[in-house]
Design a binder for this molecule. Sequence first.
Ligand code: PMP
Length: 428
Amino acid sequence: MNYKRSSELFTAAKKVIPGGVNSPVRAFNAVGGDPIFIEKAEGAYLYDADGNKFIDYINSWGPMILGHAHKPVVDAVVEKAKKGTSFGTPTEIETKIAELAVKMVPNIDKIRFVNSGTEACMSAVRLARGFTGKEKIIKFAGCYHGHSDSFLIQAGSGAVTFGSPNSPGVTKGTAKDTLLADYNNLENVAALIEANKGEIACIILEPVAGNMGCIPPAEGFLGGLRSLCDQNDILLVFDEVMTGFRLAPGGVQERMGIAADIVTFGKVIGGGLPVGAFAARKEIMNYLAPIGPVYQAGTLSGNPLAMAAGLAMLTELDEQREIFKSIEEKTAYLHQGMEKVLVANNIPHTINRLGSMISVHFSEEPVTDFTSAANANNDTFKKFFHGMLDNGIYIAPSAFETWFITEALTYHDLDNTIKAVEAVAKTL
Ligand code: PMP
C-alpha cells in the first residue's frame, strides 16, 4: 500500500503538534513508521488520505460498537447542532440519557457527565476520597485510567507503549498515595490493605483489562476484591470506560454479577463524541457539588451534541439487546479463525478474549497480568502489525491494546481478517 499523502500530512503535523499527534497512542513509535491519516470512516471501514481502505479493529478505541458514521447517531448530532452547540445551562437531554444509563447499569442511582474517561476516573477518585475521608488508592500495574497524576503510576496503554508508565511531572507526593498491585493477585491486594490499615479510600481497576491487551479477571478475582473492600470500608471503583455498554448493557457489574461502588464510563456513552461519566448510588453521588462538599465541574460537561450522540447510541443498544450477543459471536468466530491459522503456522501466541474484546499476545505463556503481557515478543508484534496493515487490516499500533469488535463487521470481513492473519503468519 502507498501511504505517501499520510507521510506528507505527518511531516506538516510534526511542525506544529508534539510528535504530530494529539494523543500518543495514535503514533507508530512502538511499531515503526509514520501514522496513517484517516479521511473518513463508514461502518466497519476506515479510508485514509491516500485512498486506502482498512477493516477497522480500533473503532476509536472502543465507542463504535455500531460502526462508524452510524446514521441514527449522525442524524441526532446534526439535528442538535442546528439548535446551538453549547449553552452552559441545564438541558433536558442530559436527564434523558442519565435516566437511560441508570436504567441499564446496576447499582447506580445517579450519574454525572464529564468530557473524557480521564476526567471520569479522576473525579471518581476524588469523590471516593471525599466520601471515605481517606487518601490512598490502590491501582493495578498495566491498568490505564487516563492521564491524571494519580494514575500515571505503572500505567498501561500509551503510557507503557511510550516508556513512561511513571511520567515525569507527577509529584512524589501524589505518587505516594497510589499503591500498586498486580492484576489478578488478591494476596497482593490484601497485603497492601494490611500495610495501610484504615488509609485506603478506593481500589480502582479495569474489571476486564484492555490496556495491556485484553486480560480478563481470573475466577474469583473481582468477588475477592469486593469482599476485601467490604471488610475494610474501601470503595470498589470499576473503570468501565472500555467495558461499559459493551460487555453487557450494564457492563461488567451485570456480566459478572459483582457490584461496584463507583463506576466510570467513557467512549461508548458519548457515541464517539467527547464524553465520560461517573456514577454511584445516591449517598455517594450526593457528596458532589452543588449539594455536597466534593467539587467537580465542567463548562462543556453534558454538551448537547455529545448527549445527542450518546443518547442515540445507548437507545439503540438498550432496544436491540441482541447486538451484544451478535458482537460476541463475531469475536468468537475471529478468535477461532486466528487461533487455527497461528497454530498451523507454529507461531507462539496467546489469544485472550472476553465478549467483544480480544487481543493477540505473541507469547506461549498465559497472559494474566502486566508482567506476562510485557514478556510477549514485541518484534513479532511489530511485523504482525505492519503485515496486517498492508493486508488492509487496521489494529492498534501496540501490543498493549485490545481489539474492539463492531456490529458493522460482516462475516466476510472476519474471513478476510483471518486470511490476512494467515498470510502474515507465514512471514513471521
Ligand atoms: N480508562 C480506561 C479503561 C481507558 O481505556 C481509557 C482510555 N483508553 C481511559 C480511562 C481514559 O479515557 P480518555 O482517553 O477518554 O481520557
